[in-house]
Every structure is written in C-alpha cells, then in structure tokens.
Ligand binder design. Structure first.
Ligand code: FAD
Ligand code: SF4
Length: 502
C-alpha cells in the first residue's frame, strides 16, 4: 500500500452527519473551530432521489434497510448517507417532554428546562417547524380522525420540518423535491459555509489510544479501501445509537457499560380495509396521532413496497390484500421500550475485524412493553372500526382479522412475545453510550466526554439513558446545540493538531 502523508489542522473531528453530528458541526464551525465531519454514507442530493423505493432504500439506509437484532425478529432502520437518519424522516417534530428531561436530570444531566426550551426553539426555527398544512392531509387521516372523535378522543396533528412540501408521500426515501428540512439541507450546509470540511464515504474504524489518551482515529476511505489515521484535538461521536457504542467497543473505550441500556421507540403497523376506495397514499404519510397509556398511535401510510413489507398475511392472502391497496389504511403503534437492549461485538465481529463492521444487538420486549402493544393495538382497532372499517388486521404472526369489538380479545390471546409480531422494528434506537453523573453506571459524563478518555465526546441518540418517548429528532438536535456550547468551550484553538495518512 502506498503511504501518503499530509498535514491539516482540525480542532474537532465529528464522526457522523445526522441529527447530532450535523448540529454540532454547524455550531462549532460557527464558533470558529476548525471542523472535519467524516461520514460513512454518500452525499445524495435531491436530484439523485426518486420514488423507486427499492433503489433508494438500498442507497440511503444502513445495510440497505436490513439491519436487525441478533434474533432476527426486529428490524432497526438507520440512515447511511450525509444527513444520516434525518434524510429519511417523516419530519415529525416533537420537543423532549418535560417529564423526560426531569428523568434525565435524575441521571445527572445538566440541561435545565430553560436551556432545553431555548435549544429546542433554536433548532425548530432552523428546521422551519410548523403545523402540517391541512391541505396535505391524506384521505386515510380523515377516516382515522373520524374514528377517534367517535370514541371521544382528540386527533393530534403533527408539527413538521417542511419547506413548501407538496405531499407526495415518499418522505422515507428522502425528498427528491428538496422540500424536507434535515441535516443534509440545514446543518451540513451551514457548517460548510462556516468553513467545515466534509468527507463522505469515510468510515471511522477505531481510536488509537493509550489508556484513554487518544492519539488518532483510524478511518477507511470506502471508495479506495485505504486506511488512514486522522488526528484532532477533540472528537465527537455522532454515529447514532448502535454505531457510536460499536465504535467505542471496537476501540476498547467507554468502560464496561458501553452498549448497555439500549432503548427504542419500537413499533408495528396495524392495517384496516374499507369497502370503498380511500386512496390513503394521496398526501403526506403521517397526519394524525394519539398518545395513549404507554404507547402512541401514529398514522403511517406507506408507498406500495414498504406497505407490502410490513403487512401481515402470506402468499395469495397477502397478494389479494395488496390488490386492495386503494382501500387499505395503516397506523403504527409505537412503544417507548424499557432500556433492556444491548449492543455488543459478537464472535464474528471479534475474529473477523477486517470484514465485519456490524454491531450485534440483543433486544427482546419485556412483558410490560408487550402489554403496551396490546393496549395500543386494541385502541387503533377500535378507532378503525368506529370509522367504518370492514376489517382490521393487527401485526400478529398468527394472521388475525378483527371485524367487530367481539374479536378484540384475539390480540391478547395471540400476543405474548416479540416473536408473535410481524413487521416489528424501530427507526428510533437510543442509548448504548448513556450520559450521566455516575462513572460506575454511565459511559459519558455530563460534559458529553466519554469518562475514560481525555478528548472523545458523544453527541447523538446514544446519550439517552431511557427512551425519549416521542419521535426523537428535535430532542437530539436540541441536546446537540447544548453540547456544542460545552464542547466548544473545551477546544483550545492554540494547540497544534495534525492529520497523517499512512
Ligand atoms: C425511516 C425513518 C423515519 C424517521 N422519522 C422521524 C420523524 O419523523 N421524526 C423524528 O423525530 N425522528 C424520526 N426518525 C428518527 C431520527 O431520524 C433519528 O432519531 C435521528 O436522526 C438520530 O440521530 P443521530 O445523530 O443519533 O444518528 P443519525 O441521524 O442516524 O446519524 C448517524 C450518522 O453516522 C454515520 N455513521 C455511523 N457509523 C459511522 C462510522 N463508523 N463512521 C462514519 N460515519 C458513521 C451514519 O452513516 C449516519 O449518517 C426517523 C428515522 C428513520 C430511519
Ligand atoms: S411529502 Fe413533502 S417533504 Fe416528503 S418527500 Fe414528498 S415533497 Fe418531500
């Protein structure tokens, strides 16, 4: 291998360009720090995005959308592109609930209610967050709202990070119209304007260090296959939950709690069919929601491929149901799980370090979370029936049709473990490098520094000691804004730094 060496001066290297990495990059660059962002995925601008679900999922998602837990009964969706998972969102925006912030304070987080409000307002303004225009609501959402009202519930509307959205309904494969606000359209451009450098298609492999004193970050250029080492004064890991813990594990950093306390907003989709044509796909995918006891119901009207992938039923039954696509509607039940997941390096990963770059994830829903799913499925079935649905199909491995309230008991009868679910997964992994004030329990100190290192920080969803309960993007961005002010104050701009390619 040819060795080439070049020198550059960076104050901070940020790994990952999603919700956490994008905000920290923009903020630190605007504070005058010399910043480099390295990102595993490619930069895929709107003019390269179309509505071919298969092709776009393969390009934009980690492992082409096929990332699962070790039992292979749960998928975990994450982005692998400049902008990270934010490129794939439905742009749903919720602030971190105050009771969640207080729970995090119990772990030692130093984020006051006032600071969180100010940081949330700041990121919301940049992301153009406002209520979804009712003209973009899809026809299925009107049915769901009717059903909720019939049961005396109030349908919640979503705030979204859109910019003149036309409601095409393909948000989960990126926005080919450039109308979604995400890290690749908001924070990374701000960072670049302020002088930050970006290196896409570059993967961080591991830190070189002596007892936590970091001497460089070994990276791989995914185009050429060449490895090289980068050096900076400080490093910020923003690879997302699963991959930030994995990088720490690979590097032998973070102590014995790395990878532990992984949590999710995990979900599965309930389908319903009406006699008449609904054309639920005709508008934005997610327009109505409802928060219940231990669960949230969020409408999700997917385009055909994703619709088919998550819909229960096999072979002819499944085929016949897909032919009724124009009559079918769907809604997800999301449960903020307990933090019982664990990211670890399996034997394959340890023995075949050069070829395996995948974290292993152990996760099974605890009984309490299964109960939340049962309650959520029953509630959405009631909502659909109240709005005139002919049949409701919950996501159970034993194919189940609910045609009246009398059938609701089937849900509890057939749902006992995660294995009993179909299309079960999460787009909101959290935890694994949890922040708190107890080094014997936590991985990251309240100043965002990994306890057993001198200069490695974490700033992404893996900091959360418990599930944040709502769709997490705005919470992560607000925390990243807070983190940037602390990390920025630690950067000594007079100290030299260098990069070596070798
Ligand atoms: C399909 C989908 C829909 C969603 N919808 C919503 C929504 O509507 N509202 C909401 O609030 N949230 C939503 N989310 C969740 C939200 O996008 C994520 O919670 C958030 O983006 C996570 O931020 P993060 O910084 O932790 O990680 P990410 O945004 O995932 O960024 C991590 C980045 O690090 C890169 N990376 C990983 N490992 C390495 C490495 N070793 N070297 C270099 N780079 C690396 C990845 O490629 C990725 O770009 C959705 C997620 C998905 C997948
Ligand atoms: S619904 Fe709006 S934001 Fe989403 S992909 Fe279509 S135009 Fe873009």
């Amino acid at each position: 291998m040819t060795n080439s060496v070049f020198e550059a001066q960076w104050d901070v290297i940020i790994v990952g360009s999603g919700a956490g990495g994008g905000v920290v990059a923009a903020e630190l660059a605007n504070q005058g720090a010399r910043v480099l962002v390295i990102e595993r995925g490619a930069w895929i601008p709107p003019d390269e995005i179309d509505q071919d679900e298969l092709a776009m999922i393969a390009r934009l998602y980690r492992d082409g959308g096929a990332q699962t837990n070790t039992d292979a009964d749960m998928f975990v969706l994450q982005g692998s592109c400049v902008g990270g998972s934010t490129v794939l969102t439905n742009a749903v925006c919720f602030r971190m609930p105050e009771d969640v912030r207080r729970r995090f304070e119990d772990y030692g987080w130093r984020l006051t209610s006032e600071e969180l409000s100010a940081c949330s307002a700041y990121v919301e303004e940049a992301m153009h967050v406002c209520e979804l225009d009712p003209r973009l609501h899809n026809p299925a959402s009107h049915r769901m709202a009717e059903g909720m009202r019939a049961l005396g519930l109030t349908p919640g509307r979503f705030d979204k990070a859109f910019d003149r959205c036309i409601g095409c309904g393909y948000c989960n494969v990126g926005c080919g119209f450039g109308r979604k606000r995400d890290s690749s359209t908001v924070w990374i451009p701000r960072a670049l304007e302020a002088g930050c450098e970006l290196r896409p298609r570059t993967e961080a492999l591991r830190f070189v260090h002596r007892a936590g004193h970091v001497d460089g970050l070994v990276c791989k250029d995914l185009e050429s296959g060449l490895n090289f080492t980068l050096r900076a004064k400080r490093y910020v890991l923003a690879c997302g939950a699963l991959h930030t813990p994995e990088l720490l594990l690979r590097s032998g950093l973070g102590g014995r709690h790395v990878g532990k306390r992984t949590s999710f907003n995990a979900g599965a989709i309930v389908f319903a069919e009406y006699d008449e044509v609904v054309d639920g796909f005709d508008g934005d995918q997610m327009c109505v929601h409802y928060f219940g006891d231990g669960y949230a119901i969020e409408q999700i009207q997917n385009p055909p491929m994703s619709f088919a992938l998550t819909m229960p039923g096999w072979f002819d039954e499944h085929h016949a149901a897909m032919l009724r696509y124009r009559h079918r509607v769907a809604a997800g039940v999301l449960v903020p799980t307990r933090p019982v997941g664990r990211v670890f390096r399996g034997l394959g990963s340890k023995l075949l370090t050069r070829w395996f770059d995948h974290p292993n994830l152990a996760f099974q829903l605890p009984t309490e979370d299964i109960e939340s799913f049962r309650r959520g499925f029953e509630m959405i079935a009631r909502i659909f029936l109240a709005s005139g649905a002919r049949v409701v199909v919950p996501p159970l491995a034993t194919y189940t049709e609910i045609r009246s309230e009398n059938d609701l008991g089937l849900i509890a009868e057939r749902l006992h473990t995660q294995r009993d679910l179909v299309g079960f997964g999460s787009s909101h992994p959290q935890g694994g490098a949890c922040m708190g004030d107890d080094p014997s329990r936590d991985v990251v100190a309240p100043n965002y520094r990994v306890y057993d290192t001198n200069c490695v920080h974490v700033c992404d969803a893996s900091l959360f000691p418990e599930s944040v309960r709502v769709n997490p993007m705005i919470s992560i961005m607000a925390v990243a804004k807070h983190a940037a002010s602390i990390i920025g104050s630690l950067v000594d701009r007079n100290q030299a730094s260098a990069v070596h390619v070798c």
